[in-house]
Design a protein. Structure first.
Length: 67
């Protein structure tokens, strides 16, 4: 019976260590995700502020010859 208790205690200790390790990994991943979201938003704003494209807007487009 004592061996079974020792084995259970050992498994619990291992599981607690694994949970702590996974928690650190998840925290690191969330930090990376937050940074990436911030960077994507920054890139989106930079793309919107770029010089206009060489293509005319649909309202400025002349109709095709067959109209």
């Amino acid at each position: 019976m004592e061996d079974a208790i020792i084995e259970l205690e050992s498994k619990i200790a291992f599981q607690e260590d694994t949970i702590q390790t996974l928690d650190r990994v998840v925290i690191g991943q969330q930090s990376s995700i937050d940074w990436l979201v911030k960077e994507v938003k920054l890139l989106q704003s930079q793309v919107k502020n770029l010089t206009p494209s060489i293509m005319a807007k649909e309202s400025e487009e002349t109709p095709p010859p067959h109209y």
